[in-house]
Design a protein around this ligand. Structure first.
Ligand SMILES: *Cc1c(COP(=O)(O)O)cnc(C)c1O
Length: 480
């Protein structure tokens, strides 16, 4: 595919201006370029075709099913985009909020921040929420910094250990380490659950916090969360909830009620922001009463009829400029209002139903990594296929040829040759059936002619990449 610069021909233009009907005026020399900018010279049709063609090479939910486990790639209602594009939100100057004299001019935005934080706190079963963190990982950092502030304030400097199960997302131990803690990894049981005995062995007065994901990244609800919370609280350790999988339980059960003290939401996974490839995101956090005084500031508070900004008494300070990615909060507002409490519960019910449907249809051909039913995602192991020569990676590449984004295959690290599928609540039975039919066909190929899968993908502009070069030699001239 040619660059638009390669399509350039001297003198060709997309736009011809009418002759001037006023006398021309020379720009002062100080403002003039010495040489014209190096822009491509192309006709209007060339420009339109070039960019239309490029846009069709995008892979996204508007065109394809995207069963990427753990990432919750679901349809986000377009009405949320319309609301976020409202000039009253989109054109607002962020510095209005930093100058008390201008607070009058941004009361609507402040009210929205206050309302979304209130709803998130309610959904999480927490006391208060804060929209500042810009991604899930950033929320984890904010949450672990809050935990550090809490222990410091109580004179518990020896509490330096954070317990994290081995199924956790890599950001969990990384965030805890960045906040200054020592991470101790707790192995999961063979059933894929948090191991209560291992937690009991590791729990002592040096433990500052436990970080858990529930349902965990094996797609399983942790039935012993309340026991772990009780054990942690007995030594004044706090419970951190990684909310990336909230799509499975939103509206059905609340992390605060399970014993968690602090959590993050991935608004870009659960609450209506399209994502992928690096943001923008929002990792809003919510806390119970223990951590309330330490929240990042300033906070929007109601004062009489209006809203003002105040610093929490022992705030850890800012985690982000202004209110984080404000327009993502606007999308979340639209989504939360659109669905309401019952609608959110239906999100979780359908997400879990869809994942179990896939689990049931594929379990004869691919071995489930764990027994029983799953929550919002199902995890298989392609170990049997790999023995015959078709690895999880080959299965993922074969799916690309059939018009799907690949499922997650390198995570969780606890499952060999992992194929982790998250259909979300927004896919129809027809889409799930077509996907399962293709997965079953790929399983047959893996059995009879695994070498056919090794050649995939054959239909895309970029075929099988040398993975090392893809990471280290990006300036690759050989792409078609
Ligand atoms: C996505 C994810 C995160 C990190 O969230 P980001 O918004 O990508 O920073 C943390 N934990 C789990 C389980 C996740 O799936």
């Amino acid at each position: 595919m040619q660059l638009i610069f390669e399509k350039s021909r001297p003198g060709r233009r997309a736009l011809a201006l009418d002759p001037l009907d006023v006398p021309p005026v020379e720009l002062p020399a100080a403002f003039r370029r010495e040489a014209p900018p190096a822009l491509p010279e192309v006709g209007e049709f060339d420009v339109v075709r070039h960019f239309t063609h490029l846009s069709r090479r995008n892979f996204g939910l508007d065109s394809h099913f995207y069963p990427l486990g753990s990432c919750t790639m679901k349809y986000n209602p377009k009405v949320a985009e319309t609301v976020a594009a409202h000039p009253g939100f989109a054109s607002l100057h962020p510095h209005l909020s930093t100058t008390p004299a201008y607070w009058d001019a941004c009361q609507g935005a402040l009210e929205l921040v206050h309302t979304v934080e209130g709803i998130l706190a309610q959904v999480g079963g927490m006391e208060a929420a804060c929209l500042q963190p810009m991604a899930g990982a950033h929320g984890e950092l904010a949450g672990t910094l809050l935990i550090a502030a809490y222990h410091r304030d109580r004179g518990n400097a020896h509490k330096r250990v954070v317990l994290v199960p081995d199924s956790a997302h890599g950001t969990n131990p990384a965030s805890a380490a960045m906040a200054g803690f020592d991470v101790v990894q707790i192995p999961s049981t063979p059933e894929g659950l948090a191991d209560l005995d291992r937690f009991r062995e590791a729990m002592n007065d040096n433990v500052a916090a436990v970080m858990l994901t529930c349902p965990n990244t094996h797609g399983l609800f942790e039935p012993q969360v309340a026991e772990i919370a009780e054990m942690a609280h007995a030594v004044d350790a706090l419970m951190y909830y990684d909310g990336a999988n909230l799509n499975a339980i939103v509206g059905k059960c609340r992390p605060g009620d399970l014993g968690f003290d602090v959590m993050h939401f991935n608004l870009h996974k659960t609450f209506a922001t399209p994502h992928g490839m690096g943001g923008p995101g929002s990792g809003a956090i919510a806390v119970g009463d223990r951590l309330l005084p330490y929240l990042p500031g300033p906070r929007v508070e109601r004062a009489g009829e209006g809203f003002v900004l105040r610093e929490p008494p022992k705030s850890i300070g800012r985690m982000a400029p202004f209110f984080g990615n404000f327009l993502i909060a606007v999308r979340a507002y639209a989504f939360l209002r659109h669905y309401g409490g019952d609608g959110l519960a239906a999100v979780a019910e359908n997400a879990v139903l869809n994942a179990n449907y896939i689990l049931a249809r594929l379990r004869g051909a691919y071995r489930p990594a764990f027994e029983g039913t799953c929550m919002h995602e199902c995890v298989f192991t392609a170990a049997a296929q790999a023995e015959k020569g078709a690895r999880a990676l080959d299965i993922a590449k074969a799916l690309l040829d059939r018009g799907y984004h690949a499922p997650t295959v390198y995570f969780p690290l606890t499952v060999k040759e992992c194929v982790m599928i998250e259909p979300t609540e927004t896919e129809s039975k027809e889409t799930l059936d077509a996907f399962c039919d293709d997965m079953l066909e790929i399983a047959r190929l893996a059995d009879t002619s695994p070498e056919a899968l090794k050649a995939a993908p054959g239909s895309l502009p970029v075929t099988r990449l040398d993975e090392v070069k893809a990471a280290k030699d990006l300036n690759c001239a050989s792409l078609p």
